[in-house]
Design a binder for this molecule. Structure first.
Ligand SMILES: [Zn+2]
Length: 310
């Protein structure tokens, strides 16, 4: 038995490395900047160099798990726009340099869900869904301990769930009215701008030069009417997404992560209320909680992927 496992989270701005023991306890972590020039070609060498610098004896490593920002099917990276990658076989690119065949890959949001299921907010649970509400919306689904990938590697792409609305906003994916346009940090600002057009009272948000989602949550917590109406609408959409997750995959825990989740219990309580208004009764014991691993969810989940695809 080799004593260590690597969990590596490749993002558009940085690559995070975590060296874990076999109990998935983090021994050390670090990160390097992502160089996506030249179609992300130097990323492979940068990863190998960094691993070799921190690991004098590669024969001690059981395997390497990766999270990447794009769809992945059977270990094969379909496309990562942020990295410049298209049709990348990471195992093929890294196995000789790392002298290891055990190289497994998953989508970053899926892998983060696995991290929370292994060691975070849903520790020890076998049926878990996670919504990551950041600049965009990512989601990952673990069913019976297995990560769902689907036919195209796009299982759990709830960020692009279409939400019926009167004034749908264009999404980066080319569609209109996706969950991402109303439930991400950007989406919450979108709701603010729309509701502000018809709002006639005074809002403390008018004192800010720039209104971001944190300012909206802070104002709502302090009782600002406009901010509360924005948060209530966002909570409805997030609760609706939780309902969709519930009736399709029946998780015992839905984890809410990403920057927006820093609003904490204030948001979770509203989302839970919306979820309970829609819930199919046999699944009403599903709990909604905030993520615990923060930016480390990806490295934990990537290391976990080595274990479940061992
Ligand atoms: Zn979309």
């Amino acid at each position: 038995m080799k004593p260590y496992v690597y969990g590596i989270d490749i993002g558009g701005t940085s690559i995070k490395f975590g060296l874990f023991n076999r109990q998935l306890q983090l021994e050390k972590k670090w990160e390097i900047p992502t160089n996506s020039s030249n179609n992300g070609e130097s990323i492979f060498g940068d990863i190998v160099d960094s691993i070799k610098m921190h690991t004098p004896d590669l024969s001690q490593i059981e395997g390497y798990g990766f999270g990447v920002p794009g769809p992945v099917l059977k270990n094969y990276v379909q496309m990562c726009v942020n990295l410049g990658w298209k049709n990348v076989d990471l195992q093929d690119r890294l196995r000789d340099e790392l002298k290891n065949d055990h190289i497994v890959v998953g989508n970053d949001a899926n892998v983060a869900a696995l991290g929370e299921a292994f060691l975070g907010a849903a520790k020890g649970r076998k049926n878990v869904a996670m919504l990551t509400l950041g600049t965009g919306v990512g989601s990952g689904i673990v069913v019976d301990g297995r990560l769902l990938e689907g036919h195209n590697g796009s299982a759990g792409e709830l960020g692009h769930l279409t939400i019926p609305q009167e004034q749908p906003i264009a999404c980066n994916c080319g569609k209109k009215g996706c969950l991402e346009t109303v439930a991400s940090a950007t989406g919450i600002r979108n709701i603010y701008h729309r509701l502000n057009e018809d709002f006639t009272g005074h809002s403390t948000l008018y004192d800010n030069d720039y209104v971001d989602s944190k300012a909206i949550f802070d104002a709502a917590k302090a009782g600002d009417k406009l901010a509360i109406s924005v948060v209530d609408e966002a909570a409805y959409y997030i609760g609706y997404a939780c309902h969709v997750l519930s009736v399709t995959t029946d998780p015992s825990v839905i984890v809410i992560g990403g920057g927006v989740s820093k609003a904490g219990e204030f948001l979770i309580e509203k989302v839970t209320n919306e979820f309970h208004r829609l819930v199919f009764q046999p699944t009403n014991d599903t709990v909604i909680v905030t993520a615990q691993l923060g930016n480390d969810a990806g490295i934990y989940g990537a290391a976990g992927l080595v274990k479940i695809r061992g």
